[in-house]
Design a protein around this ligand. Structure first.
Ligand code: AMP
Ligand code: MG
Length: 323
C-alpha cells in the first residue's frame, strides 16, 4: 500500500489489524450466532427495526440525542429500539432485533472502558411476559453466549464455565442501596445507581447478577410501575460480575394509555411528540416485558477485555472525533 498516512488513518489501521480486535470480532460473531439460535429456539422472530424516527427512547441517563433533518421535520437517531419493539408485537408475540444505537454520552465516559457513543443492543420483547420471565430469557442469552465463547476460548477465560450455567443471583434495588451505603457510597434511595457505584457492586460478584425494582424517578415512562408497590418499577438490570458493570436493562412495560401519558408528563416528556406511539397504545398494544443487552459490553465481559473499544470495528468515544 502506498500514499500518505494521517493520524486517523494510522489509528484505524492499527485497530483493525490488531490481533486483539480480530479475535474479539470473530468471537463477537460466535456470540451473535449463539444468541440468535437461543432466541429462535424460544420462538422469537428477528426483526430489523428503524434507525431514525420522530422520537426515540428518552430514558438514556445523561446522554444527548442526535437530531436529523428529515424533509423539514426534526427526527432522531435511535437511542434504543424500545418504542418500535413494543409496536412490533402487533406482528409477532416474541421478537428480537440487533439494532444500532447512537447516544452522545457525557465526555467523562470516554475513559470508563464501557461507554461508546455508537453501539448495538440485542433487544428482546415478549408479549404477555412477566419481569421474571424476561429475566429468565436475559439469563439464557448471557449463558448461551458464554457457553459458545467458552468452547472456543476456555483456556483463556476459565470463569466462563460458571457464567454459562446460569443461576444468577437476584438482589433488590433497595438491598443494593443498603449495601452501597455500608460501603461508604453516597447513594440516595430513589435515585439511579451511577456507573461508579455499579462497578463497586459488580466487583463483589463472580457471576452476573440481577438488580430488581428500581424507583420510578430513575427510568423512562415505559417501565411499568408496580401497582402493589407504588413508586417502584417492575424492572431490572443485569450486571456482570468482576467489576464489568451493567450488561442489560429491562422490565415489564406500561401498556395502559392513561398511565403512559401520566408517566410521560412525570418524566418531563411531551406526549404530543409521541403521537404515533400513543395512538397505538390507545388502540391497544399487548402487555409485554423485555430487555436490551449491549452487544459490545457483553463481548467485552465474556472475553475479559479492559476496553469495550476492542468489541467494535469502528469504536466511537465521547468527545473523540473518529470515523
Ligand atoms: P439502557 O437503555 O441505557 O439501559 O441501555 C441498554 C444496554 O445497552 C445497557 O445495559 C448496556 O449494555 C448498553 N449500553 C448503554 N449505553 C451504552 C454505551 N454508551 N456504550 C455501550 N453500551 C451501552
Ligand atoms: Mg440501563
Amino acid at each position: 500500500m502506498t500514499g500518505e498516512t494521517t493520524e486517523v488513518d494510522m489509528d484505524v489501521r492499527r485497530h483493525l489489524t490488531s490481533e486483539v480486535t480480530r479475535t474479539t470480532l470473530r468471537l463477537q460473531q460466535t456470540i451473535l450466532a449463539a444468541v440468535r439460535a437461543y432466541l429462535a429456539g424460544l420462538g422469537c422472530t428477528e426483526v430489523l427495526l428503524p434507525i431514525v424516527g420522530p422520537v426515540t427512547d428518552p430514558g438514556s441517563r445523561g446522554a444527548k440525542q442526535v437530531d436529523i433533518d428529515y424533509y423539514g421535520h426534526r427526527y432522531k437517531l435511535m437511542t434504543s429500539a424500545i418504542l418500535y419493539k413494543q409496536a412490533t408485537l402487533l406482528a409477532f408475540d416474541r421478537i428480537f432485533c440487533v439494532a444500532p444505537n447512537v447516544r452522545l454520552e457525557p465526555m467523562e465516559t470516554a475513559g470508563t472502558g464501557r461507554h461508546l457513543t455508537e453501539f448495538h443492543q440485542i433487544d428482546v420483547e415478549l408479549a404477555g411476559a412477566s419481569r421474571e420471565e424476561a429475566m429468565g430469557v436475559a439469563e439464557g442469552v448471557v449463558a448461551a453466549a458464554a457457553g459458545a465463547v467458552a468452547t472456543e476460548f476456555a483456556a483463556a477465560r476459565p470463569a466462563l464455565g460458571a457464567v454459562a450455567t446460569g443461576g444468577y443471583t437476584r438482589l433488590s434495588y433497595r438491598d443494593a442501596v443498603r449495601e452501597l451505603v455500608a460501603l461508604g457510597v453516597r447513594q440516595d434511595d430513589g435515585a439511579e445507581i451511577n456507573w461508579q457505584a455499579e462497578k463497586l457492586l459488580s466487583d463483589r460478584f463472580a457471576k452476573p447478577f440481577f438488580l430488581v425494582g428500581y424507583p420510578k424517578g430513575s427510568r423512562g415512562f415505559y417501565d411499568r410501575e408496580d401497582q402493589d408497590d407504588p413508586g417502584w418499577l417492575r424492572n431490572f438490570d443485569l450486571l456482570a460480575g468482576e467489576g464489568y458493570g451493567e450488561l442489560a436493562s429491562g422490565g415489564e412495560r406500561e401498556s395502559d394509555y392513561a398511565r403512559v401519558v401520566t408517566r410521560m408528563r412525570e418524566t418531563g416528556e411531551n406526549p404530543a411528540k409521541y403521537a404515533w406511539y400513543l395512538d397505538l397504545v390507545r388502540t391497544g398494544l399487548p402487555a409485554s416485558a423485555g430487555f436490551g443487552i449491549g452487544l459490545e459490553r457483553l463481548t467485552r465481559y465474556l472475553l475479559g477485555l479492559p476496553e469495550v473499544t476492542a468489541a467494535s470495528a469502528f469504536p466511537k468515544l465521547a468527545g473523540v472525533v473518529s470515523p
